[in-house]
Design a binder for this molecule. Structure first.
Ligand SMILES: [Fe+2]
Ligand SMILES: [Fe+2]
Length: 309
């Protein structure tokens, strides 16, 4: 039985009580639009991340790593697939409309997928830093998410993202035990990816952030970002790498690391599709979509398997 609410106060009281909204419920339009936009951006990011991973299948060194890249590509594309289904069910845009918007540069995806992965070291840094940041953000949503279909899909996605994070740690430990050249390649990658990964969490949450008020997010951006800093700064130091933050400091009293002021301009540029690799990534994703039009056309043909004449 679809639920209805008398007004926004009634709806918010339901959410504050731990209520879960289902797709057929008569949810307020503001909630529907906000949740949809959030899931669409997540879906776009999974797809764009999967395409990056795919680019590395032929270039990945060694069979062991190649198998992991194949599996990760499949996971990320699968996450996108699940999320587009959940978003489309909300009745705002169809899956095709969402994809067309993405390939026309009309919709957003996470900042980290607007940068170029130059070396294998970059791929290690992405799995190590970015997948961990994405996992932390998704766990914070899953913890208390008021939209039922998204929460259920996140359970599956998070379990796979956990593997990606472990994969990143495993790759990082191997490179930390490698030659001086390998370590230098990874340090260069850290220098490129530390700040974009940190900015994945976004600027400090606004006091009136509806995603927090409506229990889509359960944690403020700055809290998640700080937890990530407290985990990764000492970890990188312990493996012999440096953190590319000139104002990095450690507070003996609180026992906490501080990365200093954050320049948010690079993040803003990615949100306007003006990141260092935005143009190529969107164009190649669009070309990939166009090249595979025949598959979609074939799928839409009437099923002739087993037909008799
Ligand atoms: Fe993913
Ligand atoms: Fe991932």
């Amino acid at each position: 039985m679809p639920r209805t609410w008398t007004d926004m106060d009634d709806f918010e009281a339901f959410l504050d009580d731990g209520g879960i909204v289902e797709v057929d419920d008569d949810m307020p339009d503001e909630y529907r639009n906000a949740v949809f936009a959030f899931i669409e951006m997540h879906a776009n990011s999974e797809l764009m991340g999967g395409l990056t991973e795919r680019d590395w299948i032929p270039r990945t060194p060694g069979l062991r790593h190649k198998m992991s890249v194949l599996a990760k590509t499949q996971d990320e594309i699968g996450h996108g697939h699940l999320l587009y289904m959940v978003a489309a069910d909300m009745g705002i845009k169809t899956r095709t409309e969402m994809l067309e918007d993405l390939f026309a540069g009309r919709s957003r995806f996470h900042n980290v997928f607007h940068y170029k992965a130059h070396t294998w070291g970059d791929q290690v840094a992405i799995a190590f830093l970015v997948d961990a940041a994405a996992l932390a953000s998704q766990q914070a949503v899953f913890k208390n998410c008021s939209y039922g279909p998204y929460r259920r899909i996140l359970k599956r996605i998070i379990s796979e993202e956990g593997f990606h994070m472990r994969l990143g740690e495993d790759r990082m430990m191997r490179i930390a035990e490698g030659t001086e050249t390998q370590k230098q390649i990874f340090q260069d990658s850290l220098d490129r990816w530390f700040w974009p990964a940190l900015q994945l969490f976004g600027p400090d949450s606004k006091p009136n952030d509806v995603l927090l008020r409506w229990h889509i997010k359960s944690e403020r951006n700055e809290v998640l970002r700080d937890k990530w800093v407290q985990k990764f700064v000492p970890m990188l130091h312990s493996y012999g790498f440096s953190v590319p933050a000139p104002d990095l400091s450690y507070d003996d009293e609180t026992g906490k690391w501080d990365v200093g002021p954050i320049d948010w301009e690079p993040l803003k540029r990615t949100l306007a599709q003006g990141g260092p690799d935005s143009e190529r990534r969107i164009r190649e994703a669009r070309e990939n979509w166009e090249r595979t039009a025949w598959v979609r056309a074939a799928m839409e043909q009437p099923d002739t398997v087993g037909a008799t004449t």
